[in-house]
Ligand binder design. Sequence first.
Ligand code: GTP
Length: 242
Amino acid sequence: MTTNRGLPRTLRRSGSLPASRTVRIVILGQAAVGKTAMAVRFITKRFIGEYDPTLETIYRHEVAINGDVVHFEILDTAGQEEDALLIEEKIRWGDGFLIVYSVTDRCSFDEVMRLCFLVNHIHAGANRGRSNAEPPPTLIVANKKDLEYDRMVTPEDGENLSRGLKLPFHEISARDSWEETAAVFHALYADVAQQLDASPPSFRRRAVSKLMEKIPRIHSGTALGATGRSFSFGSFRDYLPE
Ligand SMILES: Nc1nc2c(ncn2[C@@H]2O[C@H](COP(=O)(O)OP(=O)(O)OP(=O)(O)O)[C@@H](O)[C@H]2O)c(=O)[nH]1
């Protein structure tokens, strides 16, 4: 039996129709930490080893959580350094953020603090004047924990950083575990839903800029059109669920 207890307010329902909501997630982190691998793993349940370096993509994926339909829009950003204005627009677009590093790459760990600061700074600017503005839901994700012999960042390093920044922390292997990967997206969704419920609709960031419209979209549930995104394996589309 399902109950509505514990669900975010707007997801509770009196009738039998499921509620539905769109949640925009931005995945940030240095190149090669596994941002694409995480998004594709979550959506397709498969780990696909090699990708061309990311051309930015928005993955769209519907999933049932607690009986409700959640429309994820997941922006997989390019890992390399970018124009500050472009990154600002992408950060403004997001409802929630995954900041990813690889346990095999100390530099990617060192980058986490800067990215967290950037996200908070940009959202604080966007919400200036709001008395109840909270920092946006953000999770720190340590990926590639399966590569134990190449590890350069310990779990304690990650936990200390998470304590210092007061952000939740997950250590995962996108390669070895769909469950761990999905748990990250579900946890972020829960935080985003709670925050969206608490803020009036007029403050929600729903405008889509010209820049965001140009980013190719891949929808997990439909026949896919031209995406501009190339993959170095046979066909990404073959892996998407019906
Ligand atoms: N062993 C292991 N390898 C992983 C894991 N996740 C990703 N990789 C590998 O790491 C490499 C980089 O993964 P990507 O998903 O392309 O990384 P990215 O962060 O999207 O990189 P950019 O697109 O350049 O920003 C690929 O060779 C993946 O197969 C993991 O959990 N374990």
